[in-house]
Design a protein around this ligand. Structure first.
Ligand SMILES: Cc1cc2nc3c(=O)[nH]c(=O)nc-3n(C[C@H](O)[C@H](O)[C@H](O)COP(=O)(O)OP(=O)(O)OC[C@H]3O[C@@H](n4cnc5c(N)ncnc54)[C@H](O)[C@@H]3O)c2cc1C
Length: 442
């Protein structure tokens, strides 16, 4: 059986190792960080994530969905916190079917579960504290540094797979060595900072537990996802620069004033706000598109290494997990022709990853601005009405992306068509009604 060298045991790396291990491949998985079970995972990434249908399907295929969902908190809709002081939050369900929900899941618990699933296969070997510095894409070999001993190591396999995240070392080696490799990275003007709402004295959640909370403030927003320990992890998405921004909000007074003006109902729940704000890093938000995602039968990219997206659709990890399913299917379809399998995987995923990148950028505007408006909430109600009235025919975009496995590009196309029909139809009906009223009056 062929031997795969996997670089990166984040969310997708562990899961992919499990898939390849199940097919009987030899897998050596190298991760630059120490073992997450030793307690120092993540480093600057979000503490919790929204897991939905695509991700759950990928976990089910390897038999670990129930194990993961045991630790999850269902989020049944958005809880919108208006700007006006004293206004009560407004709940907007995600779907017409109250059983449909997304799941708040801790990154550390999920990462540990996928790594342990991979390690159940004796042919999978996970090596922590190994940082990949370069890949020779022709041999193919990965150059690694054992960060515990400072020893350089060369890992030789039949194929190297870069599952090493948005700033992938494997992709950088492809960029250097593949002629006409396409690469585009773009950063938002906004960064993000994580803050905490700790549990109440009795360990309970201090806001509605089964919701994704949003404080939409037009050009920026804060969100909060529940954790199993009774706390919420809040994320402030805010401009890096500008008159009111991370850059200009430095002193404790600045921070306090900004939060009291913008998030007055959250401030009493955030006793560690000033320390969190000062001590937690400000992350950047990048979209990465590249092509191709493979080189001959020797190298391939999976997850954020191939297509990092901004987090506003809660789909980056779900899409990375879906990559694992598709790559596994392609390897099964073309067991004797790995280059064909890699090419098929790229062909099946690229347009969908590009569509997701656009959807995620658009959803930032929806979350930070539109969710606060009555028109938007009316449109969501109309969406849900049509979904109930035309089951299987009309599916809102959010439902297709989050609660189905319809490919992202097809979901985006179908939503555009639906919008044209519904709003074109409404415009026609309104015009016809206006004409009849005018005729009646005359
Ligand atoms: C603020 C924020 C919120 C998010 N929320 C959601 C959400 O709600 N739902 C969702 O689906 N997605 C979400 N995402 C996206 C999600 O985090 C990513 O899409 C997901 O982590 C991608 O998985 P991955 O395995 O490809 O990359 P990663 O999880 O980044 O894993 C890459 C791994 O490779 C290792 N590595 C990197 N370089 C090297 C090297 N040179 N040598 C060895 N190892 C290396 C890293 O240490 C890491 O362990 C969010 C992202 C952000 C930033």
């Amino acid at each position: 059986m062929a031997k795969f060298i996997l670089i990166g045991s984040g969310l997708a790396g562990g899961l992919l190792a499990a898939y390849l291990g199940r097919r009987g491949y030899e897998v050596d998985l190298y991760e630059r960080r120490s073992d997450p079970r030793e307690g120092n995972l993540v480093g600057g990434r979000s503490i919790n994530l929204a897991l939905s249908t695509r991700g759950i399907h990928a976990l089910e295929q390897i038999g670990i969905a129930d194990e993961v969902l045991k630790h999850a908190i269902p989020m049944r809709g958005r809880m919108i916190h208006p700007a006006a002081a004293g206004s009560a939050p407004i709940f907007a369900p995600y779907d017409v079917d109250p059983n449909k929900h997304i799941n708040s899941i801790g990154r550390a618990a999920l990462n540990t579960t996928v790594i342990e699933a991979a390690q159940r296969y004796p042919n999978v070997h996970v090596k922590f504290n190994h940082k990949c510095t370069e890949v020779d894409i022709d041999s193919p070999t990965a150059q690694l540094l054992n960060t515990s001993t400072s020893q350089p190591i060369t890992a030789l396999g039949d194929a190297v797979i870069g599952v090493d995240g948005a700033f992938s070392a494997v992709r950088q080696s492809m960029q250097l060595k593949i002629d006409k490799f396409e690469y585009d990275e773009s950063y938002l003007a906004h960064g993000y900072k994580e803050l905490t709402i700790p549990p109440g004295r009795d360990g309970s959640w201090r806001m509605e537990k089964e919701a994704l909370h949003i404080w939409p403030r037009k050009s920026f927003m804060m969100i909060a996802l529940p954790n199993p320990d009774g706390s919420f992890t809040c994320t402030l998405f805010w401009e890096f620069e500008g008159p009111r921004s991370f850059a200009t909000t430095k002193t404790d007074d600045d921070v306090r004033r900004f939060f009291e003006e913008e998030f007055p109902d959250a401030v009493p729940l955030m006793p560690n706000l000033l320390d969190d704000f000062k001590n937690n890093p400000t992350g950047s938000l990048v979209t990465i598109r590249c092509a191709p995602w493979f080189y001959k039968d020797k190298v391939a990219l999976v997850g954020d290494a191939a297509h990092a997206v901004v987090p506003f659709y809660g789909q980056g990890m779900n899409a990375a997990f879906e990559d694992c399913v598709v790559l596994d299917e392609c390897l099964a379809e073309f067991p004797q022709d790995r280059q064909r399998a890699f090419a098929e995987y790229f062909q099946r995923r690229k347009a969908n990853a590009d569509a997701l990148a656009d959807l995620a950028l658009e959803n930032f505007i929806e979350m930070r601005d539109k969710t606060a408006s009555r028109t938007f909430r009316a449109k969501k109600k109309l969406d849900h009405f049509l979904e109930a009235a035309l089951p299987g025919i009309y599916l809102p975009l959010y439902t297709m992306v989050t609660f189905t496995r319809i490919p992202y590009a097809e979901a985006a196309r179908r939503a555009r068509l639906q919008d044209r029909l519904v709003y074109g139809g409404l415009a026609f009906l309104l015009t016809a009604a206006a004409v009849m009223i005018v005729r009646f009056i005359l």
